[in-house]
Design a protein. Structure first.
Length: 367
């Protein structure tokens, strides 16, 4: 069949014109639904209806924005999870008592730690030296007076060992030992003897109450147990007479510890187990030591300040002690200053009143 070329050209021009007109119509905003009905192409007609109803800009944005919204939501979720993870991972304020007593569930079940302060005083001066440290049961008349130096050395070692604990570490059974020694280091005339040694083994149960007391204070510690303290001396000499230098007593005690940030407060009460009158070297010891003790410890910028007070309200006799531990000087070694005033700095001096001051170094501050 022979095709007329002019007719083809005319047809092509007609199609181009129709296409251009359709595009122009599609780009022209319709004014009513009736305008949309005349559009033959379904996609263009749908677009027309959207334009009339005001959704023309929403659909593309929705289509294009959906992935963006999903991405934003996903990013927000990830950031939230990261924030939650940071909250969990961020370390909380460390409790001094929890650390000292191994209440962290991750702490080893069997552990050895410092207990009371561990220190060495190179020099300790007393304003009232006890040259007659005899028991009140023994007459001091006719006995040779000691020739003690007012300046001596003093040291204390103290540690505790946990021998049992619950899985959550809130309960524990501890054995402890404290030794305090006073050494006439600068008294060459008497061969520099140890003037007094006090030994105190203990066995007690610890518990972490974790009770909010208000005001930022939290009840962190309860210890209940038994201790024996003595100076390890025999009360008899070779001829069978009493030398009046033996000291000892046994106690049941309960200790309470509360904490507020860098401040720890402790209260201890005790009951002296009775002894027979023939074996009691210091029957009036509670007149000077009383039935309890209050102590405090405060840490500030690497320093530790400590203090304690005990006494018998009935007799009006007791003692106060204060200490300052410097920031670390060499490794764990810290400078230490100790001041004591009252009765019973040691068992041999339980009924002797004096004020002492000592300077030295310490390995631990008692907590």
């Amino acid at each position: 069949m022979k095709v007329n070329k002019p007719s083809v050209r005319v047809g092509a021009l007609f199609l181009v014109a129709a296409s251009s007109a359709g595009a122009a119509l599609a780009q022209t905003s319709p004014s009513s639904v009736a305008d949309c009905r005349g559009i033959a192409a379904s996609m263009e007609r749908l677009a027309c209806y959207d334009a009339v109803s005001g959704r023309a800009g929403d659909a593309p944005k929705g289509a294009a924005g959906a992935p963006a919204a999903a991405t934003a939501a996903s990013t927000s979720s990830v950031e939230t999870k990261r924030a939650d993870s940071d909250v969990v991972a961020r370390p909380t304020a460390t409790s001094m008592i929890d650390t000292a007593w191994g209440f962290d569930p991750a702490s080893p079940p069997y552990d050895i730690r410092f207990y009371n302060a561990n220190y060495l005083l190179f020099g300790r001066y007393s304003d009232n030296v006890n040259n007659s440290p005899f028991s009140p049961l023994v007459q001091a008349s006719g006995r040779e007076q000691l020739d003690l130096n007012s300046t001596e050395a003093k040291f204390q070692i103290s540690f505790k060992a946990r021998v049992w604990t619950s899985d959550d570490r809130r309960w524990g059974l501890w054995a402890a030992y404290t030794q305090q020694s006073q050494w006439q280091l600068y008294n060459g005339d008497t061969s520099r003897p140890f003037r007094e040694n006090n030994y105190m083994p203990e066995l007690f149960v610890s518990y972490r109450p974790d009770v909010d007391l208000g005001g930022g204070f939290n009840w962190k510690l309860l210890n209940v147990g038994y201790n024996h303290q003595s100076n390890g001396r025999s009360d008899l000499v070779a001829n069978g007479t009493n030398n009046g230098l033996s000291r000892s007593w046994d106690r049941l005690f309960a200790e309470f510890g509360v904490e507020r940030e860098d401040l720890a407060l402790f209260g201890t009460v005790w009951y002296r187990l009775p002894e027979s009158s023939t074996k009691d070297d210091n029957p009036d010891i509670t007149d000077y030591y009383g039935y309890g003790k209050l102590s405090a410890l405060y840490r500030w910028r690497g320093n530790t300040f400590s203090g304690s007070v005990r006494g018998n309200l009935r007799t009006g006799k007791g003692a106060v002690e204060a200490g300052w531990f410097s920031p670390p000087l060499l490794g764990p070694l810290r400078g230490y200053v100790q001041v004591f005033s009252g009765y019973g700095e040691s068992l041999i001096d339980y009924n002797w009143n004096q004020t002492t001051i000592g300077v030295g170094v310490a390995l631990s501050d008692g907590l």
